[in-house]
Design a protein around this ligand. Structure first.
Ligand code: TYD
Length: 138
């Protein structure tokens, strides 16, 4: 079972968190993740003032967790923009295909864990905002 929290342009998927002598979170394909996992990557030791993302994916869908610290995620569908603060290890932001995203304000040694629906392919990226808006309006 997965519980979700809606945001304007997406939603957060709440995965189980088990507390004993610390915390343990887990996620399972189908049960918590709305796609087949083909890739996992993580982002850490980000330098101050860094801006990551600044692109959209044509097909790839992703689930982004902030395991430590916090980060601001800007989402944009070509019309609306919203800021989502990621700061909970058990709440992952579902990033659908064709959502422009920017990651800013990495705080407190933020560590991001991302699960993705596809292998890395540069051809899946749209890295120019104007081209993204054009593609959205097609
Ligand atoms: P990019 O997706 O642009 O990072 P971010 O959105 O966090 O700014 O990727 C940065 C670089 O890493 C780029 O050269 C592509 C490479 N990369 C891979 O080779 N495989 C991957 O799975 C990812 C996510 C990136």
């Amino acid at each position: 079972m997965r519980t979700i929290t809606k945001t304007k342009l997406s939603y957060l998927i709440n995965i189980p968190i088990i507390k004993d002598e610390g915390y343990l979170c887990f996620m399972e394909e189908s049960n918590h993740i709305p796609f087949k996992i083909k890739r996992v990557y993580y982002i850490f030791d980000t330098i101050g003032g860094a801006v990551r993302g600044m692109h959209a994916h044509k097909k790839t869908r992703q689930l982004i967790f902030c395991l430590q610290g916090s980060v601001d995620l800007i989402l944009d569908d070509g019309v609306k923009r919203e800021k989502v603060i990621l700061n909970k290890a058990n709440k992952g932001l579902f990033l659908d295909r064709m959502i422009w995203h920017e990651m800013i304000n990495f705080r407190d040694s933020a560590i991001l864990l991302v699960v993705a629906s596809d292998f890395f392919k540069e051809s899946d990226y749209i890295r120019k905002y104007e081209l993204f808006v054009k593609a959205k309006n097609k």
